[in-house]
Ligand binder design. Sequence first.
Ligand code: HEM
Ligand code: HEM
Length: 141
Amino acid sequence: METIQFIHSGWAYIVLIVLVIATFNALIKFFGNKEFDAKDFRISLFTLITMHIQLLFGIILWFTKGYFDEMSVGEVMKNDAVRKLAVEHPATMLIAVALVTIGYSKHKKKLVSKPKFKVLAIFYTIALALVLYMIPWNQWF
Ligand code: HEM
Ligand code: HEM
């Protein structure tokens, strides 16, 4: 349990770095009317994979924590600190991972540079905002 939390916590640095890079890359190149090249594809794919791995670690961590083993659903919901980690963080991050997956999938189907960057910019920016919002900063770092 200690180990999986350590991994999820450490991997979060990589998630944050690649997501920031992919998001700003898409935004800058969308507004700059740049050509979409192989490097742009690799950045968006690398971000997707990094997020999926974090999702997997997160799900394992959630089960090993067994928040609902000792507390009822009502007790978890009434406790702000526990509810944040057991419910709000996983639910919000799940949405963030889904947005990156949808954005990646949609951009792949576009054939022209501008729409590719546009889809990535929109979905990755919202995902980044959710991730920044839901990282438990007080217990991380
Ligand atoms: C709980 C674990 C996971 C879930 C629920 C999940 C879910 C998904 C889903 C729904 C897609 C489809 C996207 C599409 O429409 O094309 C996808 C694609 C992908 N996932 Fe995951 N994934 C998980 C873990 C992982 C892990 C651990 C890795 C890498 C080590 C990974 C790598 C990828 C890649 C490379 C793609 C798609 C690439 C492409 O379309 O070119 N995923 N995943
Ligand atoms: C994809 C983006 C995600 C990021 C960047 C992220 C980041 C983090 C960070 C930084 C922590 C604090 C770790 C520490 O104590 O040092 C944490 C905790 C946690 N994460 Fe995530 N996470 C993500 C997704 C998920 C998902 C999808 C789940 C579950 C489905 C999940 C489950 C958890 C749980 C259960 C904890 C809490 C541990 C506790 O009780 O202290 N995370 N996460």
